[in-house]
Design a protein around this ligand. Structure first.
Ligand code: P6P
Length: 426
């Protein structure tokens, strides 16, 4: 039974094996291709040309094969082979070897990937396991109806993060307004913010959904003194620890549950996507060092809100419908599935712009800064794109509260800058 303290939910979980990223021998598949470039004249000896054995020539020095004209490599040039096909665990170990993350963060990321696998399995069979439809109850902290899978996905994320033993504080889209302090036994150095199942309104129609997460270093001055702090002080420290600007993010990612399950993440050195291979239950790298095209002819907005948009945004919309730079002056195309993760992933790969503007009804729009816009902006910037409020960089914002909303535009750098130019004029 998890003892609940009103205000700050702490939990004393039974001692469980932590998720560990076991040390594996990492074989760096460095290949150096020393290739002959001149025609090969063989004199009575076996020879190897690029690994293929050629027949003995009986001593005549005639050319028996002209090597393909390839640019000679400087001997000793090590060519690091692509990491595509590497599984997530091996990639995390490589990041740790290269000091891009520490072992503790590797454990947290590995735990998140386990949560994503479990949620993917539930999403794939939601329609036949009675997991569609509303959970009932009062809804989440943002006043949104909770689907059954929202609640279950949230519990999965909370459980794997607590058991990882590396998480100090967690803040979820589905938890009440205060972040949750992880009980001391399992307390760790990281703050994890997440939306366990974004776009869950699409579940009943089997349209793409996703999990979004961001990981911060815990501010040691905000770690509760479990023996002395009362719950008000613990709560205050947790909120301070969670409300960090996106620029402090150590890692961020999303897992898209669609025609395939794709975990995309960054640890601050580029963006990598791993596709779940259900036959082995492993995330396998499918996209290496993803870069968003500088321009793109797809725009992704809910135009149902058009009448409430500010004048500059309306002018922008009219402009790209007449024609834009990315499409040789021809009109852009609209794509909108109402799921941030799906719309964002497509924008990442194809280019273009996704936006959820503020309007006359909701001046800060709908998306939450901490666990939607900031993680997605970190990923976008790592992929050469942008994350903007239309008038500033999302990652610069110091959050005032956990479920704070901001207007959000992201995608191709030149497309977001073009949009900003219309808003600056007004
Ligand atoms: P609307 C899903 O609820 C979400 O948070 C994002 O995933 C999505 O982009 C947006 O809201 C859709 O909102 O108002 O267009 O239905």
């Amino acid at each position: 039974e998890i003892p609940r303290v009103t205000g700050v939910q702490t939990c004393a979980l039974p001692i469980c094996p932590c998720h560990r990223v076991f040390g594996l021998t990492v074989v760096a598949s460095a290949m150096s291709l020393a290739t002959a470039t001149a025609p090969v004249a063989l004199g009575g000896a076996r020879a190897t040309l690029r690994g293929r054995r050629l027949a003995h020539t009986g001593g005549s020095d005639k050319v028996i094969q002209k090597a393909p004209a390839v640019k000679p490599r400087r001997r000793g040039t090590v060519t690091t082979a692509s990491a595509v096909g590497t599984n997530l665990t091996t990639w995390l170990l490589r990041q740790e070897m290269e000091h891009k993350i520490d072992g503790e963060l590797a454990v947290v990321l590995s735990s998140v990937s386990i949560a994503c696998k479990r949620i993917s399995s539930l999403v794939q069979k939601a329609g036949i396991s009675g997991m569609t439809g509303l959970a009932g109850g009062a809804g989440n902290a943002s006043g949104e109806d909770q689907k059954k899978l929202d609640v279950v996905s949230n519990e999965i994320f909370c459980e794997v993060l607590r058991i990882s033993g590396r998480t100090g504080v967690i803040a979820s889209a589905e938890e009440e307004d205060v972040p949750v302090a992880v009980e001391e036994t399992y307390n760790g150095n990281y703050v994890v913010v997440f939306d366990p199942l974004d776009g869950s309104s699409n579940i009943d129609a089997a349209v793409s959904t996703g999990s979004i997460f961001g990981i911060y270093q815990s501010d040691q001055s905000c770690v509760p003194d479990w023996g002395a702090d009362d719950e008000g002080v613990v709560q205050e420290k947790c909120i301070t620890n969670v409300c960090q600007p996106g620029d402090n993010l150590l890692a961020a990612g999303y897992c898209m549950y669609s025609s395939s399950t794709i975990l995309t993440l960054t640890v601050g050195h580029g963006v990598y996507s791993f596709t779940l291979d259900p036959s082995i239950g492993e995330f396998v790298m499918s996209h290496e060092d993803v870069k968003i095209p500088a321009t793109g002819k797809i725009y992704s907005f809910n135009e149902g809100n058009f009448v409430n948009w500010e004048p500059g945004l309306k002018e922008y919309m009219d402009a790209i419908k007449k024609g834009g730079k990315a499409n040789d002056g021809k009109p852009y195309s609209a794509r909108y599935i109402g799921s941030l993760v799906g719309d964002f992933h497509r924008t990442m790969l194809y280019g273009g712009i996704y936006g959820y503007p503020g309007d006359d009804v909701n001046k800060n729009g709908k998306l939450r800064l901490l666990y939607e816009c900031a993680p997605m902006s970190f990923i976008a910037e790592q992929a050469g794109g942008m994350g903007s409020t239309g008038r500033g960089r999302v990652l610069d914002i110091q959050p005032d509260e956990v479920h704070q909303r901001v207007p959000f535009y992201t995608g191709s750098r030149e497309e977001v800058q073009y949009l900003e130019s219309f808003l600056r004029e007004n």
